[in-house]
Design a protein around this ligand. Structure first.
Ligand code: ATP
Ligand code: BTN
Length: 267
């Protein structure tokens, strides 16, 4: 019988992964509690030799989202995963990366939910308009190339009181609090998809993921409110372009919005 909500275990994550992936893993770190797995991945990249490392925790005490917003990270319920990737990407390829990661993440999470999972540009995953996952990508230049941390938070079994602090609608990957999903299996599946991305993205860029991204694009054809540093406007989302910018139509003109510059909400 499967134990309900088993803890994260290195051997369970590795079991079943093919050798070509195992060979590219530098190390897997699993902590009971840590400040932020993104910081752990960033530090490890300084000594990392192989293609990628994995940093997981049962709990984060200072989990963060974009713009230093708090990522609520209670113990034992969710996935907090950061991958340290020694990449050869160019800075110009970063724009579409978080969208490509979100696309891979959905193809993996679909195996674990019968619900429709959508992406709210640039990289929030939602089920029934409730946020279940977020991605935080951080980079630094190194002698060999570009060091990239891909931080992924996924709500799996979080209960109402644990998520009470979250100031927007949120949900879980798991339906009906059935406590059936094994986080080790979910992490394993994510690693398989992201390993493919590590191999393909440097050549293909976002182009390869563009079409699939659009099929998950929650905001496509929707009237939205766009907030930027100096202006706020309403416009209709047309889709994303081949580098991952959001195309929004306002008064017959197309605006190209870049990740990091804007916050957008459906009206
Ligand atoms: P945007 O700025 O594009 O509108 P956003 O409001 O989702 O996006 P982000 O920085 O992407 O902001 O994510 C951080 C936000 O996510 C927090 O401010 C909070 O509203 C929400 N949040 C924090 N923890 C969780 C969690 N465990 N599950 C779902 N949402 C969370
Ligand atoms: C967002 O929606 O703004 C992104 C949230 C990213 C959260 C993950 S959890 C694992 C990793 N460690 C962090 O501190 N943040 C990311």
């Amino acid at each position: 019988m499967i134990e309900n909500n088993p803890r994260l275990i290195e051997e369970s994550i590795k079991s079943g992964l093919p050798n070509n992936i195992l060979d590219d893993i530098d190390s897997i770190f699993i902590k009971d509690s840590t400040e932020s797995t993104n910081d752990n991945a960033k530090n490890h990249l300084k000594v990392q030799k192989a293609l990628f490392s994995m940093h997981l925790a049962e709990q984060q005490t200072a989990g963060r989202g974009r713009n230093n917003r708090k990522w609520v990270s209670p113990h034992g319920k969710n996935i907090y995963l950061s991958l340290g990737w020694k990449s050869k990407l160019l800075h110009s390829q970063l724009e579409g990366l978080s969208l490509a990661v979100a696309t891979c993440l959905i193809s993996s999470l679909k195996e674990f939910s019968s619900k429709n999972i959508q992406i709210k540009w640039p990289n929030d995953l939602l089920i029934n308009k409730k946020k279940i996952s977020g991605i935080l990508i951080e980079t630094s230049d190194s002698e060999e190339g570009l060091d990239i941390v891909i931080g992924i938070g996924i709500n799996v079994h979080m209960n109402e009181s644990e998520g009470a602090e979250i100031d927007q609608d949120w949900g879980n990957l798991e339906e009906n609090h059935s406590n059936k999903l094994d986080r080790n299996k979910i992490v394993q599946s994510i690693i398989s998809k992201l390993h493919e991305l590590f191999k393909d993205y440097p050549q293909s860029g976002f182009k390869k993921y563009h079409h699939t991204f659009e099929s998950y694009n929650l905001l496509k054809d929707k009237l939205c409110k766009v907030e930027m540093d100096r202006e706020t406007f309403k416009g209709k989302v047309i889709g994303v372009n081949e580098v991952g910018e959001l195309r929004v139509e306002k008064d017959g003109e197309i605006h190209h919005l870049r990740y990091g510059e804007v916050s957008i909400r459906e009206l």
